[in-house]
Design a protein around this ligand. Structure first.
Ligand SMILES: NC(=O)c1ccc[n+]([C@@H]2O[C@H](COP(=O)([O-])OP(=O)(O)OC[C@H]3O[C@@H](n4cnc5c(N)ncnc54)[C@H](OP(=O)(O)O)[C@@H]3O)[C@@H](O)[C@H]2O)c1
Length: 325
């Protein structure tokens, strides 16, 4: 039986609410502290989710010796700064995706985790969902023959507003860093790092990417066709086609969801997957399991994967921008 851990939430926004609800599933996770830029916000959040302490600054929470693990859910542009602050303070870190803004930042974060011997993991929650894990293991167990092609789309309509986080370049906005990361992650989880990358995209008036289409070729010649968009409601499925059928993660593929297989016989058969809660407990449980084992990185989502993912994300974003010209 593992020990109990006191969690501190850095940022009290939209996704922090869902994460806090997920923590309630885990008896060994103590909902201890929350910090926001304003004390009022932190207090309201803490009261709503049963946290013991509320802090009106991130620094004040990091000075609290009782905080064991910090979940960072600030805007994309701030992940690096906040992860470095936490690691420097000796706190284990679970940091929202995208891990940082560029590869250099992720390298510095990993180096700091190693120097301080402190745990660090990207909060790519989909990696730990039973449906996503089954998707890959069914493919490995030959459910559809040789995997050939992944089609994976993530898109929804979010009316343009330059003030919104997702449309604001200064806050790290864009459909690729915000939601395209999930199809990209899925492709890399299944097939590894792409060997070829092609991208075409359309820009928003603020210059962030709006709708982006990505093509990868992988080592064993598998192909991934991925899309992300903030201007169309896409099917939000992941389909993995093999030479003997396909596996499908139903909409929304990146959340706890249904898994089906079609064995080239005309119908889809559901593969039962057990999952509990809103899905955010799985990544939190992984952090605590790793700490129980004295690890500074997760074997399931190692630093090397996050480094590669950042590199690929940056390349996709760079090629998206090139395609505007
Ligand atoms: N895992 C998932 O399913 C999932 C889903 C959505 C988003 N995300 C990720 O989670 C992170 C937060 O997303 P969100 O939708 O929760 O965002 P959000 O609610 O707009 O903002 C999150 C926090 O960032 C801080 N913040 C907001 N605007 C800021 C500004 N202009 N300048 C400085 N700080 C600002 C605030 O911290 P204070 O509370 O301290 O004021 C806010 O609570 C992003 O990195 C996103 O990619 C993950």
């Amino acid at each position: 039986m593992g020990k109990n851990y006191s969690w501190g939430l850095l940022g009290a926004g939209h996704i922090a609410n869902k994460f806090a609800a997920g923590l309630q599933e885990l008896p060994s996770a103590k909902r201890y502290a929350v910090a926001a830029r304003s004390l009022d916000r932190a207090e309201a959040f803490g009261a709503a989710h049963g946290f013991e302490k509320a802090y009106g600054s991130y620094e004040a929470m990091l000075a609290d010796p009782q905080v064991d693990i910090v979940y960072i859910s600030t805007t994309n542009n701030l992940h690096f700064e906040h992860a470095m602050m936490c690691l420097e303070a000796g706190k284990a870190v679970l940091c929202e995706k995208p891990f940082a803004s560029d590869l250099k930042q992720v390298e510095k974060m990993v180096a700091k985790a190693q120097e301080k011997q402190v745990f660090l993991m990207e909060a790519l929650w989909s990696r730990f969902l039973p449906s996503m894990i089954q998707f890959k293991s069914q493919a490995k167990e030959n459910a559809i023959g040789r995997p050939l092609l992944l089609q994976c789309n993530f898109g929804f309509i979010s009316p343009f507003d330059p003030q919104k986080r997702i449309y604001n370049p200064a806050l790290g906005g864009g459909s690729v860093p915000d939601i395209g990361i999930y199809p990209i992650f899925t492709a890399m989880y299944l097939f590894g790092r792409p060997t070829e990358i092609s991208v075409t995209s359309t820009p928003t008036p603020t210059g962030t990417d709006w709708t982006t289409a990505i093509l990868f070729k992988h080592k064993e010649k598998e192909i991934s066709m991925l899309t992300s968009s903030f201007e169309a409601n896409l099917d939000n499925e992941a389909r993995l086609y093999g030479d003997r059928g396909y596996l499908k993660l139903h909409t929304m593929f990146h959340m706890p969801t249904k898994l089906s297989v079609n064995r080239n016989n005309g119908w889809e058969e559901e593969i039962p997957v057990f999952s509990t809660g809103n899905g955010y407990s799985y990544e939190a449980a992984e952090v605590m399991d790793c700490l129980d084992s004295g690890l500074i990185e997760s074997p399931a989502l190692p630093h090397a994967f996050s480094l590669e993912l950042m590199e690929v994300l940056n390349e996709v974003s760079r090629k998206a921008e090139e395609s505007y010209r």
